[in-house]
Ligand binder design. Structure first.
Ligand SMILES: C[S@@+](CC[C@H](N)C(=O)[O-])C[C@H]1O[C@@H](n2cnc3c(N)ncnc32)[C@H](O)[C@@H]1O
Length: 218
């Protein structure tokens, strides 16, 4: 599969004029016309607003609640499992959210090839698959190349929020970002720290600690 061409960064002007969207009537799930070109995010939402992306959003418990609290931002959930991304659609429509969309795709590919440069204000990555066996760890989302990919997709000052229950993966996350001087470690904002994801509720109910990290690009 050939790599799509890079387009120039899109200006994400809050409140810019409405664009036609390319979603089936009534659905919040976006099926890109091609995966060989970068997304035109201006066509995903009725209003141009800062865009936050959750990679591996699961059943979107967090994203739906966060999108409902922040109607002045757009939110995109990325998830590979159809049954889970359908929950984003169902929950978001029930609340009448117009600032929430979901896309069913592999999130590493999405980050590298589909997100336009400078289009995202924040990534949320909560409990990515830990791949605990040594020989499988190359499948982890947060790899040495991750900061460069996130950097390219983020606006200046854009952020990456991460959580995991896996101490080994947490150490890898910290090492990978420590080696990327274009990012600085920041505290997780209180509002986010007080919102648990679906998996996190389960971990905490079982007495499993969850580890948080947050980074801001220059
Ligand atoms: C442990 S769950 C966490 C879900 C959610 N973030 C939460 O905290 O409740 C990880 C999710 O990421 C999805 N996922 C894992 N690897 C993925 C990939 N490469 N691309 C897209 N989704 C992925 C899984 O299907 C699953 O729904």
């Amino acid at each position: 599969m050939s790599k799509p061409e890079t387009r120039p960064a899109m200006a994400m002007q809050p409140g810019a004029s409405a664009q036609p969207t390319e979603l089936p009537a009534g659905s919040l799930l976006y099926d890109p016309p091609t995966i060989l070109e970068r997304l035109d995010v201006t066509r995903l939402f009725p209003k141009m607003q800062p865009l936050e992306v959750e990679l591996g959003c699961g059943d979107s418990t967090f994203l739906v609640e966060y999108a409902a609290r922040h109607p002045d931002r757009n939110f995109l959930g990325v998830e590979r499992l159809l049954g889970r991304i359908r929950k984003l659609d169902k929950k978001g429509r029930r609340l009448g959210l117009t600032n929430l969309r979901g896309i069913r795709i592999e999130c590493g590919y999405f980050l590298q090839y589909l997100l336009p440069p400078g289009s995202v204000t924040a990534f949320h990555i909560y409990f990515p698959d830990p791949w605990p066996k040594k020989k499988h760890q190359r499948n982890r989302l947060i790899q040495p190349r991750f900061p460069a990919l996130a950097y390219a997709a983020l606006v200046p000052g854009g952020r990456v929020y991460l959580r995991t229950d896996d101490p080994d993966y947490f150490a890898q996350i910290q090492q990978v970002f420590a080696a990327a001087p274009v990012f600085r470690s920041i505290p997780t904002p209180d509002e986010l720290a007080n919102m648990w994801t679906d998996f996190e509720r389960d971990f905490r109910a079982r007495g499993i600690s969850t580890l948080y990290a947050a980074y801001e690009r220059d």
